[in-house]
Design a protein around this ligand. Structure first.
Ligand SMILES: [Zn+2]
Length: 364
């Protein structure tokens, strides 16, 4: 798997300093891919980020559990700790509980910066730069010390399983990405009237990835996805990846919705843009899921570029994520009606982008 350390943007670098984090030069260790790189996405299974998410998850479980005292037993495979290992792990958990458990992985700038930094340093054996100068990750001292002391425990008891399931998930989704990735990205860019990112999008695959099973952070655009979450398996994995990536090209449609609302003096609808992302990805992926099932790459490409009407796609048997997870039944019922009635005609090529957005907002 190719490991790339993308340049940290100036703004992010400044923010790291503001957050009290010192940025060191990124790790330069690289491995050449054994095969042709995939299009669109670049998958990583990194030790430090997986450890960070594992500690974060267990700290939250520990905090919310009724017993509250023994989170070590909540993760399979970490029951047989030696006394020294238990001390190191529990001390790491105590630090995460105190420092990070209340912070949201998806919105806390501090958590986002830590995640990105741990991703960039995934090939490093340590984070202090003791063994290799370029591996000084510049993270807060207590966090570095915590991760370093928990690392041997995680490596001995959990990492092998986590890495194996991450790589298994990547292997399962790779053929779907290779077959459909470019076509889907072109189609979504066309729909959102926004160029698709030129660089491949980094996807960090982890055992745990927030309560939603996957999340996206911007500047730089990066996706984190759980390999073990039941919502991310099979053909659905492709939809999850492209839904997440769509967060990076949704500004135009989001701005258009807001502009129409202001012009009509209407309150900006909460999450309509997000429901639109779910709906759109589901409709773009739906015909592919059927084509993939019948192993027909040629027909899948044709269906993407023609973006056939929804009546044709509904026979595929594929149930889009938002329907499957009941999102439209939890306050988005009206959005589904509006999207079906006014956005679908745009996806079918029967109305233009501006008219579709105007119709949706006027129907609110
Ligand atoms: Zn989303």
């Amino acid at each position: 798997m190719r490991i790339v350390s993308p340049p940290i943007r100036r703004t992010v670098r400044d923010l790291l300093f503001c957050a009290g984090l010192l940025v060191a030069s990124t790790a330069s260790a690289q491995e050449e891919p054994p095969s042709i790189p995939l299009p669109v996405f670049e998958f990583h299974s990194g030790f430090w980020l997986n450890l960070h998410h594992t500690l974060y998850r267990q700290a939250r479980l520990q905090r919310s559990s009724a017993a509250g005292a023994n989170a070590v037993t909540t993760t399979a495979g970490i029951n047989n700790l030696s006394p020294a290992e238990a001390r190191a792990w529990n001390s790491a958990l105590a630090f995460y509980t105190k420092t990070y458990a209340d912070k949201d992985l998806t919105v806390s700038l501090e958590m986002i910066l830590i995640k990105n930094q741990l991703g960039d340093f995934e090939t490093c054996e340590d984070l202090t730069g003791v063994k290799k100068k370029t591996c000084d990750a510049g993270l807060p001292a207590q966090l570095t010390q915590t991760l370093e002391s928990a690392a041997p425990v995680y490596r001995a008891h959990l990492w092998t399983d986590h890495d194996r399931s991450n790589r298994r998930w990547i292997s399962a989704v790779a053929p779907l990405v290779r077959r459909n990735g470019l076509d889907v990205s072109h189609r979504l860019a066309e729909i959102y009237q926004t160029p698709w990112p030129r660089e491949r999008i980094r996807v960090d695959v982890t055992s745990f990835a927030s309560s939603t099973g996957a999340y996206t952070t911007l500047d730089p655009l990066r996706v984190t996805v759980s390999a073990t979450d039941a919502r991310n398996q099979g053909a659905e994995a492709l939809e999850v990846l492209f839904h997440e990536a769509s967060h990076g090209i949704a500004d135009v449609v989001q701005d258009a919705i807001f502009r129409e609302c202001r012009q009509r003096d209407k309150p900006i609808p909460r999450d309509l843009w997000h429901a639109l992302l779910f709906y759109t990805t589901g409709e773009v992926i739906r015909p592919l899921a059927s084509a993939n099932a019948s192993s027909s790459p040629a027909s899948s490409a044709a269906e993407v570029s023609s973006s056939g009407p929804s009546s044709a796609t509904s026979s595929s048997g594929y149930v889009p994520y938002a329907v499957r997870e009941g999102l439209y039944k939890r306050g988005w019922e009206n959005y589904l009606r509006i999207l079906t009635q006014y956005w679908q005609p745009y996806l079918d090529g029967r109305v233009d982008f501006s008219d579709a957005v105007a119709h949706m907002v006027s129907a609110l």
